[in-house]
Design a binder for this molecule. Structure first.
Ligand code: HEC
Length: 270
């Protein structure tokens, strides 16, 4: 479908929408990606569908689309033992349900290219949330979802070069490539503009490790021929030494597997 047409459809859908959509039967629900029963009586169901979040108050017989995230892919919905309900909607990030007002509020939208597909917590430490992203990796929050980090081994910046690279990264690169190199966060523009080139993840989840150190440094210094957004950073005060430290930082986010398989060797490791 043409981009303008998608936007128009989305706009009309939103315009036709009151605070609640029309009631539809179960058979008409868009494809369900995840599902949760959210009340102790077991009447209220929420479905995360390809077209947003749908709520049912009658054991799943009839459903209404929720206006938050309507038309956008919802990847996950989960209740935790403290009675909280969370959902992940692409472009809106991680949402929490305010049950009294039936409102979804974004609590974090800095997941870069990660889509959360599963979330879990225990009764004993409700502030600690553990989620699985669509790369199959676990990520953790210790403050009810405000900040997330990877559940990983010893991989983080340690050497002086890596730490120096990290500070340049935070200043110049993080706005596009995300916290800890998780990539650019999805927006409506990303989903609807087919010419939009996203800033890829630079950690181990995308293809950065298919390139040698020299190729990575060259991408940084000379930019991308495909998009002006990845500019030639040599024109913006990034020296050869800075590029080398940036590469060191990026590699500090990889695991041993990517380090062993970097560059032309990556074909043997696939
Ligand atoms: C305004 C957004 C933006 C900023 C800021 C930015 N980049 Fe990029 N970067 C991109 C985009 C978009 C691409 C993808 C280009 C393409 O696919 O041709 C990219 C690609 C790259 C690549 C190639 C990755 C691969 O797997 O091929 C590297 C390495 C990279 N950027 C590093 C950096 C570093 C280091 C900085 C900071 C000095 C930085 N970028 C700042 C948008 C940005």
């Amino acid at each position: 479908m043409h981009k303008a047409k998608i936007l128009l459809t989305l706009f009309l859908a939103l315009a036709a929408f009151g605070s609640q959509g029309a009631e539809i039967p179960l058979q008409q629900l868009p494809k369900i990606n995840d599902f949760a029963i959210v009340d102790s009586e077991g009447e209220q169901y929420i479905a995360a569908t390809n077209q947003g979040l749908y709520h049912s108050h009658d054991h799943g017989h009839s459903w209404r689309a929720h206006k938050t995230g309507f038309g956008l892919p919802a990847a996950m919905v989960a209740t935790t033992p403290d009675g909280s309900t969370y959902a992940f909607v692409v472009t809106l990030g991680l949402l929490k349900l305010d049950g009294k007002n039936n409102q979804w509020k974004t609590i974090n939208n800095r997941f870069g290219s990660q889509v959360l597909q599963q979330l879990s917590a225990t009764r004993w430490t409700p502030s600690r949330l553990v989620a699985r992203n669509h790369y199959g990796k676990l990520i953790v929050s210790d403050n009810y979802g405000d900040d997330w980090h990877k559940l990983r081994g010893p991989y983080h910046p340690r050497t002086d070069a890596e730490k120096r690279g990290q500070s340049i990264y935070v200043e110049k690169c993080q706005s596009c490539h995300g916290v800890d190199g998780v990539g650019e966060t999805y927006t409506r523009q990303v989903l609807t503009d087919k010419n939009y080139v996203m800033a890829p993840a630079l950690d181990e989840s995308a293809h950065a490790w298919h390139h040698t150190d020299e190729q990575l440094a060259k991408s940084i210094l000379e930019g991308s021929p495909r998009t002006q957004r990845m500019m030639a950073w040599k024109d913006a005060d990034v020296s050869d030494d800075d590029a080398r430290d940036l590469v060191a930082y990026i590699k500090s986010l990889w695991t041993q597997r990517e380090l062993d398989c970097q560059g032309p060797k990556h074909m043997e490791c696939m």
